[in-house]
Ligand binder design. Structure first.
Ligand code: HEM
Length: 130
């Protein structure tokens, strides 16, 4: 199996857990007050669904899908729009890895390494549009 196969399957196990996205945002918002403040007016139920899709886009792009949707996320997150600071993406990925460890019963250090490697180019694309 390729790394992206491993990640794709791990994400399937994570998405079958109702609390996955709730726990992700709890961890992510605990990273800093600046991050928490970005979501004060956000409908978090809707946001959890949007993120479910967004992570799928990161994985599918790593698997060869065109990057059009990630470029749109780069645009919405850039300095002219949500103004998401480039250094916040490390908190985002750390919060995601913490949530995967918590919810994927098959999680291992190698799997976490695969997640980080598979997502890196897509995250760079979004961050790089700042
Ligand atoms: C690669 C990592 C990320 C992905 C895949 C992602 C994905 C998404 C998606 C799919 C949306 C909804 C679609 C849109 O509005 O364009 C969104 C909105 C948003 N994201 Fe991200 N995001 C990421 C990183 C971040 C980071 C680091 C922050 C920092 C606080 C952040 C803050 C926001 C905010 C504030 C919104 C709008 C919420 C609202 O509508 O009130 N995102 N993100």
């Amino acid at each position: 199996m390729t790394k992206s196969d491993l990640v794709f399957q791990s994400y399937g196990r994570c998405c079958s857990r109702d609390e996955f996205f709730v726990d992700f945002y709890d961890h992510f918002m605990s990273s800093s007050d600046a991050i928490r403040n970005r979501f004060v007016n956000t409908d978090m139920a809707a946001q959890r669904h949007l993120l479910r899709n967004g992570i799928m886009q990161l994985i599918l792009t790593a698997r060869g899908m065109p990057d059009r949707k990630l470029r749109a996320l780069g645009e919405s997150h850039n300095r002219s729009n949500y103004n998401i600071k480039p250094e916040w993406y490390e908190f985002w990925l750390d919060a995601l890895m913490k949530t995967v460890r918590q919810h994927d019963p098959e999680n291992t250090p190698e799997l976490e390494k695969a997640w980080r490697e598979v997502l890196a180019p897509g995250i760079e694309l979004i961050r790089g549009a700042y």
